[in-house]
Write a protein that binds this ligand. Structure first.
Ligand code: UD1
Length: 356
């Protein structure tokens, strides 16, 4: 069986790592790792391959940054050329919901290659998010669906997908988290900022709907200013960095460059609270049992709120203020780990692949 494993952006690499480590143990699969080049900086890409022990990609399509549409189109053209100039695999595995996921899915479907989507069926029902469009289209043309939750399975069933093609297997992102937990690496800033366990908060904000909203930053900084005893550490995505230059940064907010996977998760695992607009981070916080606040109106990962550590608050900064107090007075809700988020998901996927 020949398979192309597709990855393009930071969260993809984390999911790819789990699949790679499971697939390499089985001789019946011959695979190529295809990096689209959506993320290309050392700290946004190379460091993930290095730390997560993924071999260098067999092919890098080197698309780089452009508009959402141009980037997606460029990936499609380049991947199509690759398939035509080398070979067409039996199957293509795409993960998550980034532009690379969508682009390679379309090429697979149009080339008659069996398409497999890992992390299928999740929905925010918010078409303003580029990721939601990517998920809906990818699922509409996938042949097999691996889901993180039963809820995602039910969503796919309600959309008319065939039960035999939907496999509830758990979460590959958590495979990678658990595999690397003992290797988390203390970042240099942990010592230089003299951080103490549970006494600081981590912030990550990168979604255009927040980043490009001036009012969002004014209100967020006003709220952080009310908690002068807490240090907020913010590893900054390149897009966010560009915008923050225009704002007055509170004294208790430390902006730092993006961290590597092992460093970021060290920082989160020792923190008292994470404030984010990422989806993957809410899953990791749930498993690391760290209080988490999501500054979004919706989530495609409701289990992180219903049974995990996450609270979804939109842009309600009064509530943010209250929840910061709650987190730092050890008063967070009690939580559980979602079903099958146990570190064995990629193994389950490979077992199913051997039969389809
Ligand atoms: C992408 C995903 C998002 C995911 C995020 C993780 C889509 C639609 N979005 O968003 O779901 O949560 O990755 O980080 O696919 N840039 C660099 N260096 C890089 C990569 C990007 O400087 O290595 C800068 C560029 O200026 C670029 C901007 O960051 O314009 C955004 O990158 P892009 O890949 O378009 O989307 P992300 O916001 O990273």
């Amino acid at each position: 069986m020949t398979i192309d494993l597709i990855a393009g952006a930071r969260p993809n690499f984390v999911k790819l790592a789990a699949l790679f480590h499971a697939i390499k143990k089985h001789d019946f699969i011959k695979y190529r790792i295809i990096h689209t080049g959506q993320h290309y900086d050392k700290i946004m890409s190379d460091v993930f391959f290095d730390e997560l022990e993924i071999p260098l990609p067999d092919v890098n399509l080197e698309v780089g940054s452009s508009t959402d549409i141009e980037q997606t189109a460029n990936i499609m053209v380049k991947y199509d050329h690759l398939l035509n100039s080398t070979y067409k695999p039996d199957k293509i595995i795409v993960v998550g919901d980034v532009n690379s996921t969508l682009a390679c899915s379309v090429v697979a479907a149009k080339s008659g290659i069996e398409l497999i989507h890992v992390e299928a069926g999740i929905r925010s029902y918010d078409n303003k998010m580029p990721e939601e469009i990517n998920r809906i289209i990818t699922d509409s043309i996938s042949n097999h669906f691996f889901t993180t939750t039963k809820n995602a399975k039910n969503i796919l069933l309600s959309e008319g997908k065939n039960l035999n093609r939907i496999h509830f297997v758990g979460n590959v992102m958590i495979d990678t988290l658990l595999r690397n937990k003992s290797k988390f690496k203390i970042p240099e800033i942990f010592n230089s900022l003299e951080l103490n366990q549970n006494k600081y908060s981590v912030i990550t904000i990168h979604r255009p709907s927040n980043v490009n909203n001036k009012n969002f930053w004014i209100k967020l900084f006003d709220t952080l200013n009310k908690h002068e005893n807490i240090l907020f550490v913010f590893p900054c995505h390149p897009r966010t960095n560009k915008v923050l230059n225009q704002h007055k940064i509170p004294n208790n907010l430390k902006l730092i460059t993006p961290l590597s996977y092992l460093e970021f998760n060290f920082l989160v695992s020792k923190s008292g609270l994470i404030i984010t607009d990422s989806g993957g981070v809410t899953e990791e916080a749930t498993v690391l049992e760290i209080p988490c606040i999501t500054l979004r109106k919706n989530t495609e990962r409701p289990e992180t709120v219903e049974i995990g550590t996450n609270e979804l608050i939109g842009n309600n900064f009064k509530l943010l203020n209250k929840l910061i107090n709650k987190a730092f007075s050890n008063n967070w809700k009690s939580t559980k780990i979602p079903e099958l988020w146990d570190g064995e998901t990629a193994e389950r996927i490979v077992k199913i692949l051997s039969k389809i």
